[in-house]
Ligand binder design. Structure first.
Ligand SMILES: C[S@@+](CC[C@H](N)C(=O)[O-])C[C@H]1O[C@@H](n2cnc3c(N)ncnc32)[C@H](O)[C@@H]1O
Length: 345
């Protein structure tokens, strides 16, 4: 017993020693990067905030893309497509991101200096900080699970996510991406400039709040008799509750047997900015850029039951459920859910 305790103490001291040594090595690299980081910050902020506003594209979609770049360089999810895309994307700066994060990336690669950006937490241990990365990986797994059995995949509010390109290339599946016109135009132009082939994907410009996305989807060749995966990642938070319900009801109507709707939900407290000051701060930039958080589910009692009954209202039945932070002693804030059409009894 005493032996084990001594061993643990020694290993803790060794870990602290290694960490201090890594910080000592990291500091001079970071100092070299400072002048580049200042320029990169200005260029990056201009492109992300000023230029994206000028082009009328979704800022939140740009932020989600940025996180995929981070995951690539911090070795938590290789994503050469998103990196190639960002290099030609007018609303983000590859140089800016490198100049700000380069010292950390190099330090992680050279001598294993890892920050939260280079770590993935265990299932159930997600907090607000680790949600972005774990969410991306969870949707990857959903795509992997269904890509071979589905005949159609629909991504309403695809933004600059390249998940469809990544998983459906060469597969026998029809893919439809929907988003607002400016966002999709910039996505198409950037894909062309980056030389990324995307001719098997149909892009459908639509604004859910004022147009029928179902009509547009059907006009574009969606077949109502085919098995479909709907992938609705990180969109409902930004829509009015009645639009979320209507969109889900429409998806349910389009589902034949075997179709799946995969989506995520934030809690009501999160969407109202009441979850925590950190959550409020982390979303304030997106809100200042004009994308307000509008929808969340009341998760304060039993989140699973709340999600289940919300889905039922929309004609859906929950089949899979992942509650982030389930093993931590924190208030529920986010979940990923798979659902199928609720059959009349
Ligand atoms: C946070 S982004 C998520 C993008 C993508 N699903 C991802 O995970 O990277 C939200 C997306 O929803 C889209 N969106 C929001 N409101 C919309 C609306 N009324 N009509 C169509 N798309 C909308 C935005 O343009 C944006 O691309």
């Amino acid at each position: 017993m005493t032996d084990i305790r001594t061993k643990n103490q020694l290993s803790n001291i060794l870990c602290i020693f290694i960490k201090v040594f890594q910080i000592i090595l990291y500091i001079p690299i970071q100092i070299i990067f400072i002048p580049f980081a200042i320029i990169g910050l200005v260029v990056g902020m201009y492109k992300e905030m000023v230029y994206s506003k000028k082009l009328g594209v979704s800022f939140s979609a740009g932020q989600a893309l940025q996180y995929r770049w981070i995951m690539h360089y911090f070795d938590t999810r290789p994503d050469p497509l998103s990196v190639a895309f960002i290099k030609k994307f007018p609303c983000e700066s590859h140089f800016g991101l490198w100049s700000i994060m380069g010292a950390l990336i190099i330090s992680q690669r050279l001598f294993g200096f890892t920050t939260s950006l280079g770590k993935l937490v265990e299932p159930g241990e997600e907090n607000l900080d680790s949600t972005a990365g774990i969410r991306v990986l969870a949707f990857d797994r959903i795509m992997e699970k269904y890509v071979d059995e589905m005949e159609q995949i629909v991504l309403p509010g695809a933004g600059f996510d390249l998940i469809a390109l990544r998983f459906t290339k060469g597969k026998n599946v029809k893919v439809f991406e929907l988003d607002q016109v400016n966002t999709l135009n910039v996505k198409n132009e950037t894909l062309k400039k980056a030389g990324i082939k995307h001719d098997w994907i149909t892009y459908i410009p639509v604004d859910y709040s004022s147009e029928s996305w179902v009509d547009k989807l059907v006009e574009a060749g969606f077949d109502k008799t085919k098995k479909t995966l709907f992938l609705w990642q990180s969109v409902s938070l930004y829509l009015e509750a009645d639009i979320v319900k209507e969109t889900l009801r429409n998806m349910a109507d389009l589902c034949v047997e075997g179709s799946v709707i995969a989506q995520d939900f934030y809690s009501k407290a999160f969407s109202l900015g009441e979850y925590s000051t950190m959550a409020k701060r982390s979303m304030s930039l997106i809100e200042n850029m004009g994308e307000l958080m509008k929808f969340g589910i009341d998760m304060s009692n039993d989140p699973k039951v709340a999600v289940e009954s919300f889905l039922k209202e929309c004609g859906l039945k929950k089949t899979e459920y992942i509650q982030f932070g389930e093993k931590l002693d924190i208030e529920p804030f986010y979940c990923i859910v798979e659902a199928e059409k609720l059959l009349a009894t």
